[in-house]
Design a protein around this ligand. Sequence first.
Ligand SMILES: [Zn+2]
Length: 255
Amino acid sequence: MKHVRKSPEPPELAQYRERFKTQFKRWSDLKSNRKTYNAIRTTLAADQKGICAYCEMSLHSQDRAVEHFIPCNQSTREQNLDLDWHNMLATCQGGLQNVKVPGEDDSIRNSRPPNNFPCCGAKKSQEYDKASCGNLLNPLELPSISIFSFSSLDGSIKPNAVACEQANITVQQAQFTIDTLNLNVQRLKRQRLAVIVAARSMRDQLDDGVADFKGIEAKLAAKYFVDGSGNWQPFFSALRFALGEGAELYLSQFS
Ligand SMILES: [Zn+2]
């Protein structure tokens, strides 16, 4: 999970709210207006450069959803969170969607047994509790530094205590977020581990004992952070972790 920088809301959404300002329109109503719905989906995916706001898996046309950070059932006439642009994120469907993506192992993306454990919005919606979910970290409010760290042994995600302190976020909040979104489900760990192992192996291959490590990592970051279509590589934060200081050097040009 990384910081998401949102662009202004699509004009279609503002127009929709204006047109129905005397009515209490719900998300299900808006979805039937394809023009508005598509404008929202396209803008969210572009803002997030093609990766899920929670697990960072690639957003696929058959495996993506508009997630409301605060669930729609918390909306009131006075505060309609259903139509609030800043309450919307693009996410995967939490491993519940059977979809074959070229180049991806479908046993990884899919939820078939033994991997039928939902993550992301699908997991969060099962146990949303108004009181405790105040602790859930919102990708829109994360700092640009990564407050998470990863295991090079099994690809699991954990809070980075030093970075959390720097960002004024408690380790408990970071851990609560990992648990609530089920970010350590086996299929996600396996995919992150693959990213870490591949990045480290490329770095070692380029290490000629002369060039400095940081320079090699920065070069790899420039090559692999963004894919051919301008999207972030899936599991961006795990790649960032694997490429260490070189990744930070590369990313500093964007902040
Ligand atoms: Zn996800």
